[in-house]
Design a protein around this ligand. Structure first.
Ligand code: SF4
Ligand code: SF4
Length: 341
């Protein structure tokens, strides 16, 4: 395992970190085993969030006798002093620990929110107070919009210790941002290295990220031993010309308008599990698993054709996908498949 220094935090972290979203679907015993397996394999950076339901408490359970070996990161959604302080204490309680190494403001949507965070009565003032008490050590931001993080770096780069942003073969819009972060010694945490499951060549996808010299740590979601083995089984050699050509082909095939399965569009007004609809459509069309995908899709409580086109989900999608149109495509693809049977 390669270890990097996480920007001005000076924390030494494994280049592959543990993304804590998927363990939500495990039970506690399974999750504890998975987290411990990751630690045995040399992973020491674990990231979770208030929003990931049981994730923080599962992780806390797994690391309770090895807290000092882990660089623990989490995030809260509140941007005001009181709210962020509350988030910090909720996370401390869920992890059952007395300190968190990195605490981040989660999924910032616009520049105005950045001003609020660093202004009077903002989240940053709560962090400073808690840092003095030792409950949190370092401060970071997570966001899906490049221009928002660039604004944050330009205006508050001295206070920001890390940024988290999506980066992968098909989402390279963060490259300049990462270089700018590096200039201010801000650590770069990469989320979505596998493009929400859309990239199937894991080795290539991970190497693409870890060989970027501006990236500190890459955090794929992990929920099984196999996934951990796949994610850490990476060389750190740069991509060959042949591999670069493979990346270019992937970009062409996936296009720029695909769902990253972040789940921010939820809840749907009528209960459609939007990202899962797109996942099954993917299986139907791309993975020779049509029958399996068809059965799974039809077992869903609410399928794509039930969309009432209210548009609420679109407002929440950080990638501004035309979800209504895409769901029409899902319904049409499954209908056509049914007719062809
Ligand atoms: S537009 Fe359709 S998918 Fe989106 S929230 Fe409304 S009903 Fe749900
Ligand atoms: S539709 Fe948008 S918000 Fe919903 S999961 Fe996909 S990328 Fe995320």
């Amino acid at each position: 395992m390669q270890y990097n220094i996480l920007g001005k935090t000076n924390l030494k972290i494994s280049v592959v970190g543990f993304g804590g979203i998927p363990i939500q679907r495990l039970n506690k015993e399974e999750a504890v085993k998975v987290v411990n397996y990751a630690l045995e394999k040399g992973i020491n950076f674990i990231d979770s969030a208030r929003a990931y339901t049981v994730s923080e408490s599962y992780i806390g359970q797994a690391i309770k006798n090895k807290r000092s070996q882990v660089v623990l990161a989490s995030k809260g959604p509140r941007t005001d002093y009181q709210g962020f302080k509350k988030n910090i204490y909720e996370s401390l309680a869920a992890f059952n620990t007395d300190y968190i190494d990195l605490y981040q403001v989660h999924n910032i949507k616009d520049k105005g929110t950045i001003d609020k965070i660093f202004g009077e009565g903002g989240a940053y003032s709560a962090f400073v107070e808690e840092k003095a008490k030792g409950t949190v050590k370092h401060f970071g931001l997570t966001c899906h919009k490049r221009e928002v993080l660039q604004y944050a770096i330009d205006n508050f780069g001295n206070q920001i210790e890390t940024i988290m942003f999506p980066y992968n073969i098909v989402e390279t819009q963060g490259e300049e941002l990462f270089a700018n972060a590096k200039q201010k010694n801000i650590g770069v945490v990469v989320m979505k290295p596998l493009a929400g499951g859309n990239l199937t060549n894991i080795n290539l996808a991970m190497r693409f990220c870890v060989t970027n010299p501006f990236v500190s740590v890459v955090i794929p979601g992990m929920a099984s031993f196999e996934e951990i083995d796949g994610d850490i089984n990476i060389a750190t050699q740069p991509l060959t010309d042949k591999e670069k050509a493979e990346c270019a082909l992937t970009v062409e095939q996936l296009g720029n308008s695909f769902c990253r399965r972040c789940g921010y569009c939820a809840p749907c007004t009528v209960g459609i599990d939007i990202p899962t609809c797109f996942t099954f459509q993917n299986y139907l069309k791309n993975y020779s698993l049509s029958e399996w995908a068809y059965d799974r899709y039809n077992a869903m409580k609410v399928t794509a054709e039930k969309c009432i086109k209210c548009g609420e989900c679109i407002k929440r999608c950080p990638y501004e996908l035309d979800i209504i149109k895409k769901l029409e495509g899902v319904a049409k693809d499954f209908d056509n498949f049914n007719k062809s049977k």
